[in-house]
Design a binder for this molecule. Sequence first.
Ligand SMILES: C[S@@+](CC[C@H](N)C(=O)[O-])C[C@H]1O[C@@H](n2cnc3c(N)ncnc32)[C@H](O)[C@@H]1O
Length: 263
Amino acid sequence: MQKNKGYVDAQYLNTAAKLLEPIKHRSYELMRIEPGQTILDVGCGPGIDTIEIAQLVGETGYVIGIDQDPEMVSRADAYAIKLGLNGYVEHRISEAGALEFESDQFDTSRSERLFMHLLDPEQALSEMVRVVKPKGWIVVVDSDWGSLSIDTTEIEVERRLARFRAEKILNNGYSGRRLYRIFREQGLNEIIVETFPIQATDLKLLRYLSRQDEVEKKAIEQNIITQHELQRWHYDLEQADRGKRFFASLNISIVAARKPKVR
Ligand SMILES: C[S@@+](CC[C@H](N)C(=O)[O-])C[C@H]1O[C@@H](n2cnc3c(N)ncnc32)[C@H](O)[C@@H]1O
C-alpha cells in the first residue's frame, strides 16, 4: 500500500504515546466516556486508544477503530486479541472522509493526530459528526507543527525548516490551530478548546518525533537550506545537547464539541 505524506510507523506511535499520555487521557475525559457506550476512533493507528477506551466502556460497550492502513488495523486487532478485549473492540480498514457507518450511530467519535495528514479535514470532521448521535461529543486532537520551536542561534534555518515541515512534508501541518475554526464551521455546540505545550530536552528524541532526518533531507533536495546551513544547524544543536541546554516545544490542541439535537 502507498503510504501517505508524513507516514509514521507503529514504533513511532508507541514512543509518541508515552509522551502524549496526559493529552490522550484528557481527550477521554472530554469524550465523557461511560460504561456501555459505543465509540469510534478515526485514524486509530495500532490501537493504542481503542484498547484504553475499550477498558473504559467495558464489556457492555463497543469500540470501533478505523484506519486506512491495513498494517495498522491488523496490529490493532492483534493487540486486542492479546489482551482478550476483541469481544468488544474491533478495527476496520476505512477512509476517514467516507465512513462506512449509518448516521447517528455512535455515542462519541474521536480522532488523534490524523487531521494533519488530511487534504480535506473538513470532510473527515463532517463524517465524524454525521455518525454520532444527536447531543454526542466529537473530540479531535492534533499538533500545530508550525509551533515547533527549537532554541538555537540558527533561528533563520530553524524557522525555514518549521515552515517547510508544516507546509510541504504534511498535508495539513498547521492542523492544531485550525481545529477551532473547522468545528465552528460545522455548527457544533459547547465547543471547548485546550492547548498543551509538550517539551523536549533530549535532542535525539526530538529529532525522532519530529522526523527531522526526513525533513532536512527533503529541505536540501528542494533547496530550502544549503549543506553549509545544515552543518551549522547540526553543530549548534549538538553543542546545546552536549551542554545539556537543548530545548524544544510544540503545541497540541484538543477541540471537543457536541452535535446539536437537530441539524
Ligand atoms: C499519526 S497516526 C495517529 C494514530 C493514532 N490516532 C494515535 O494517536 O496513536 C495517523 C493515523 O492515521 C491514519 N490515516 C491517515 N490518513 C487516513 C485517512 N485518510 N483515513 C483513515 N486513516 C488515515 C494513518 O494510517 C495512521 O495510522
